[in-house]
Each structure stands twice: as structure tokens, then as C-alpha cells.
Ligand binder design. Sequence first.
Ligand code: NAD
Ligand code: DAU
Length: 335
Amino acid sequence: MKLLVTGGAGFIGSNFIRFMNARHPQYAVTNFDALTYAGNLENLEGISESSSYRFIRGDIRDRQAVDSLLAEGFDAIINFAAESHVDRSIDNAAVFVETNVLGTQVLLDAALRNKVTLYLQVSTDEVYGSLGPEGLFTERTPISPNSPYSASKASADLFVRAWNETFGLKTLITRCSNNYGPYQFPEKLIPLFITNALAGEHLPLYGDGLNVRDWIYVEDHCSAIDTVLHHGRPGQVYNIGGNAEKTNREITATILQQLGKPESLIRHVADRPGHDRRYAIDNTKIRQELAWQPAHDFESGMRATIQWYLDNREWWRRVKSGAYRDFYERWYEKR
Ligand code: NAD
Ligand code: DAU
């Protein structure tokens, strides 16, 4: 297969390319990524030499660049490219609309024009909004996004649906819960708290710390996308989740305990505006229809993740010393 992976220099995209390179070494993979603050070619070390892989720097909003690349002919596009951080979307939503909505529409148009066989949109459970203490998100849960980020991802999903219904493009949408694992940008909860704790810095816990996320080890998300790509029914949505609901307090305690750091590092800060209370995925459809299941439990996944950040201090120190510092100071100073 000839695959176009967009956003492959980010956290999940780079893990996906690594996963596919091992699982399907005969596939030709093109990684198209704008290298925003979140894109990092160091994430692809070891893969970049592979003859079945190539990197092209480019922006999914750039119609001409996308069109001329797709004219080469691809069997599938897997679109990871996005602005992905909720807090940044609250700080400045414009680029979220441009990349997540307009960029998706550019890809869909070009996919149709250039007869790409299959388009897979990597979406998120956040499009469903927030749950109370009971219940799970199924594929039938109404779309009800609460943050600018999730509103942009939900809009993109609706465009994907429309290109399937109106133009007959074969599309798939996956909606996964919170990922964690190697190469996650340390603005997200787990890598931020691991790296802050290692540096002896405070862990800024929002609100009462009782918000719940349903965590999945990134490799399990990658295997689920691989499964949907090969066996999913066009036009369908598949939820992906690892059955690991945890409060942010529980996550924080696990990190501090595994690193042997004191609870005094926790700093309770003002809540995130519009903070979704609980996410939880019902993954029955992908399990029953496509025989997928997660291979990692939360305990082993967290151990591996913490060990990775211990072993790769240079990677995260470099990432945290860049332009990210400006955002961090602006965002957390006022809390
Ligand atoms: P990330 O922020 O780590 O990576 C995003 C990548 O997209 C970066 O390499 C960046 O350079 C690239 N990119 C951004 N704008 C671009 C543009 N205009 N053109 C080309 N490339 C561009 O994100 P992530 O956490 O790896 O998430 C990847 C995808 O998975 C996103 O679509 C996100 O919505 C979705 N998702 C993430 C999670 C999660 O927990 N992180 C869960 C479910 C779904
Ligand atoms: O559910 C899937 C989504 O998960 C993805 O679509 C997003 O791209 C991804 O960023 C993630 O969104 P969240 O907002 O859930 O992840 P984040 O790591 O930012 O926050 C997780 C929880 O931790 C959330 O309840 C907010 C809280 N938090 C986060 C940060 C960064 C804190 O308490 N303190 C913090 O400093």
C-alpha cells in the first residue's frame, strides 16, 4: 500500500509511522507535516533511514502543495495533522479553525480529485462533549463539543461525513480517548507532570483534580487505526478506548509515587474554562466488528512511559526550552 500520513512528526503520527514500519515494512509511507511547534523530526529517529519512508515538509492548508502531492497516487490518507491542545485553543482559536477545519477540507477535496481510495480522519472522543458520573460515549452519542479545539475537530468530522455522503469518497473516522506514551509533547497532562516532577517544578492541577479521562497507550491507538484502515466499513465511525478511566488526581499520584517525588509538588490552580468533567469510551463496536482490543493495561503503559521520559531527558529538555516556554509562562502565570 502507498500511504500518506499527515502530521506524522507529532506524537501519535510518529508512533503510527513507527508501528506501521514494523507491522507492514513493505508499505510506502509519505509523511507530510508542517513542523509546527509540536512537530519534531527527532520523533522519527531510526525510521528516517528506511527506504519505504519519506518526509515532505508541507501544510495541509496549502491546496497546491497537497494537490500536487496527491497527483502521485495514494491508496489511503491518514490525517493526524491538527492543532491538538485544548488550552492553546482557549488562548487563540484561529489556527484551530484554519488547520483542523480548512486543512481537512483541503485534504478531502484533493483526495476526491486525485482518486485516493480511502480517507481516514483521526478524530477524538472530545467531539461528544462531557459525561456525568454514569454512561459511556458510543458512536451514536450526539456531537456536542465544548472547547474551541473540540468544536474544530467536530466540524472536521462533519465535513468528512459530507464528502462521503455527497461525493462518495470512501471515508473512515476514528474517535479515540486520551493517549499517553513516548514522544508526547510535554504540554499534555502526563508528560508535563512527569517532566516537571523530574525537574523539581510544580504540577499545576486544574480545579478539584477530579476530572476523568479514559487513558490509552499510544501503541494501542496505532493498532486500532491499522485495524480500521484495513477492515473498517467506509462511511463508519469507530470509537477507540483503553478502558482505563482515571481522575487527574490518580494520574498525579501515580507519577509522584513512581518517581519517588513528594505531594508538595502539586499546585492547585484555577480550573480550565469549559473543562469537560468526564470522558469514557464504549469500544464495543471496534471490538466486536473488527476484533480489535488494547494490548496494554494502564499500569504497564504508565511504567513504560515514565521510563521513556527518564531515558530521554535530552529530547524533552530540548522541546521544553523552545518557543513552548513562552506559552507555558503566559498560560500558567495568570492561574
Ligand atoms: P501533536 O500536536 O503532537 O501533533 C500534531 C502534528 O501535526 C505535528 O507534527 C504538527 O507539526 C502537525 N501539523 C499541525 N498543523 C499542521 C498543518 N497545518 N499541516 C501539516 N501538519 C500540521 O498531536 P497528537 O497528540 O499527535 O494528535 C494527532 C491527532 O490525533 C490529532 O488530529 C488529534 O486531534 C488526534 N487525537 C489526539 C489524542 C491525544 O490524546 N493526543 C486523542 C485522540 C485524537
Ligand atoms: O480525549 C482526547 C483528547 O485528549 C485529544 O483529542 C486531545 O488532543 C488531547 O490533548 C487530550 O485532551 P485533554 O484536554 O483531555 O488533555 P490534557 O492532557 O490537556 O488534559 C488532561 C486532563 O488534565 C484535563 O482534565 C485537564 C487536566 N490538566 C491538564 C494540564 C495540561 C491539568 O490539571 N493541568 C494541566 O496543566
